[in-house]
Design a protein around this ligand. Structure first.
Ligand code: NAI
Length: 290
């Protein structure tokens, strides 16, 4: 199987879907972009135009390459057929399953569905599908155009030919793909959970403020501290991932979700994407009460 010339449908035009559409279009694919929130796909394309202009201004992309990439992205207001669908919608098992049922009704049998889930079992997501072997995890990292790693995640029923085709595609896009089996949190999110959890515990204990925690971890050599990283990921998504990993580990206390993060989600302080999380954006000033 070769996905080199695949027509790609990206479902979900949020943080991740927009980045995936950009990378796929820059690699030469015709990309359709769908989001069930009216206007979101068009808005994502407009943002991508600005991003590509920024790359041109920095000399990282020629003006021709930027306009060609942009022209390959078509926002659509219904699901459309494609050879490869990359799903980047909300981190929720039932919502993703419902989408896959809709997709299977309109896709050719040979089409591949790749899910960008951060933590939900690919095996569980495939249950009830007509062609479960065609579902594979293709887990990108944020921000998609910059982060090299892609976890290619096989569920129990994933056809190895499908996993290999997605692996090769990610490699052609200049990514560093790795194969892994579908276990809770896969590789990176499993290891990253305690990084977030311990920071949230320090906050709950009022032992340190976000600025201090982040400064310490950056000084220790991490590219980003845990609080600014959670703000980048989005607290709604990060919290959903923690809940999913917690349940998948039979409620092992090590993975307990945090009340501090629950409160941020309840308040709608979702991080960068909502203008406020631990910090205010765009200026990055502290946002939590002292
Ligand atoms: P987001 O909240 O920025 O975007 C999700 C988009 O999906 C929204 O625009 C929403 O309107 C749309 N949507 C929701 N339900 C839909 C449906 N049924 N049909 C069509 N569109 C729908 O979320 P984000 O951060 O882009 O996450 C998307 C997926 O990627 C999640 O599964 C998440 O776990 C995963 N992910 C997120 C990362 C991050 O750092 N934020 C990193 C890696 C994976």
């Amino acid at each position: 199987m070769n996905l080199q010339d695949a027509r790609i449908l990206v479902v979900g035009a949020g943080l991740m879907g927009a980045g995936i559409a950009q990378v796929a279009a820059q690699a030469g694919h015709a990309v359709t972009l769908y989001d069930n929130r009216a206007g979101s796909a068009e808005a994502a394309k407009a943002k991508l135009a600005a991003t590509l202009d920024g790359l041109v201004a920095k000399g990282r992309l020629t003006p021709d390459a930027a306009s060609a990439a942009l022209a390959r992205i078509t926002p659509v207001d219904t699901l459309v057929a494609a050879d490869l669908v990359i799903e980047a919608i909300v981190e929720n098992l039932d919502v993703k399953r419902a989408l896959f049922a809709e997709l299977e009704a309109l896709l050719p049998d040979a089409a591949v569905i790749a899910t960008n889930t951060s933590s939900i079992s690919v095996t569980a997501l495939a249950r009830g599908m007509k062609r479960p072997g065609r579902l594979v995890g293709m887990h990108f990292f944020n921000p998609v155009p910059l982060m090299k790693l892609v976890e290619v995640v096989s569920g129990l029923g994933t056809d190895p030919v499908v996993a290999q085709a997605v692996f090769e595609l990610a490699g052609r896009w200049g990514k560093t793909p790795v194969h892994t089996r579908s276990t809770p949190g896969f590789i990176v999110n499993r290891i990253a959970r305690p990084y977030y959890a311990e920071a949230l515990m320090l906050l709950q204990d009022r032992a340190a403020r976000p600025e201090l925690i982040d400064a310490c971890l950056r000084a220790a050599g991490f590219r980003m501290g845990p609080c600014e990283l959670m703000d980048l990921i989005g607290h709604d998504t990060n919290f959903a991932v923690t809940n999913s990993v917690f349940a998948a580990n039979f409620y092992d206390r090590r993975f307990t979700p945090s009340l501090v993060q629950q409160e941020l989600v309840d308040a709608g302080y979702l991080g960068r994407k909502s203008g406020r999380g631990f910090y205010r954006y765009p200026e990055g000033a502290p946002a939590l009460p002292t």
